[in-house]
Design a protein around this ligand. Structure first.
Ligand code: SAM
Length: 190
């Protein structure tokens, strides 16, 4: 990213913090979104090793971890560049979970994971960095590890990164009563 892109990224971070403070993203905790988190959880149960370690990129307020039973993961790491959402996630005091404030463009986990989740975050990655971020995360997968991606609506251009670099295990479209509100969720291995 050039200096101007970095500036815009920094401004976006401030906007996310403001929105989390104002409660704008409370809707993610509601019933309409519930099925999206559950699909990710079901994919983890079906395709990941037993008791997996999970990395949730762009974890927001930790809703995915909150919706999982403690026996569905061994260790959960959530990361997000919004310090407000990370503070809220940390306050939940979820078992065997830690939440880290970092930017996905530069975040380099110091360990490997069985499951890496891009949960409604991949489209926020700067175009010039998408491939680099995905490559970096693929390097952090344990053998038999999986990547799960959730994208609102079509996520034009995003799915190519996954489909060309990984092997698809399953793909699902989650529909709602409103035909314009839907998500696509894919699960991949190397
Ligand atoms: C639509 S929210 C999804 C939150 C969460 N994954 C969920 O589904 O509950 C997108 C999240 O991506 C985070 N995000 C956006 N750009 C980011 C970046 N460059 N690095 C880390 N997190 C980022 C935002 O702060 C926000 O929490």
């Amino acid at each position: 990213m050039n200096i101007i892109d970095k500036f815009h990224n920094w401004r976006r971070k401030l906007r996310w913090n403001k929105q989390y403070k104002s409660g704008r993203w409370e809707k993610l905790k509601g019933d309409i979104e519930k099925v999206r988190y559950q699909t990710i959880i079901d994919f983890i149960a079906e395709y990941a090793v037993k008791n997996p370690s999970v990395l949730d990129l762009g974890c927001g307020e930790g809703i995915l971890c909150e919706r999982m039973n403690h026996d569905q993961y061994s260790h959960f790491v959530g990361m997000d560049f919004s310090s407000v959402s990370i503070k809220n996630a940390t306050q939940l005091k979820l078992q065997n979970a830690e939440f880290i404030c970092a930017d996905i463009h530069t975040f380099a986990p110091d360990k490997k994971f069985d499951v890496i989740v891009f949960n409604e975050v991949f489209y926020y990655i700067h175009e010039s960095e998408k491939k680099k971020v995905l490559n970096r995360m693929m390097e952090r997968l344990n053998p038999n590890g999986i990547i799960i991606t959730s994208i609102y609506r079509e996520g034009i251009g995003c799915w190519n990164y996954f489909d060309t670099n990984l092997a698809q295990l399953q793909f699902k479209t989650i529909k709602t009563e409103n035909e314009k509100t839907y998500w696509k969720v894919g699960v991949y291995k190397k």
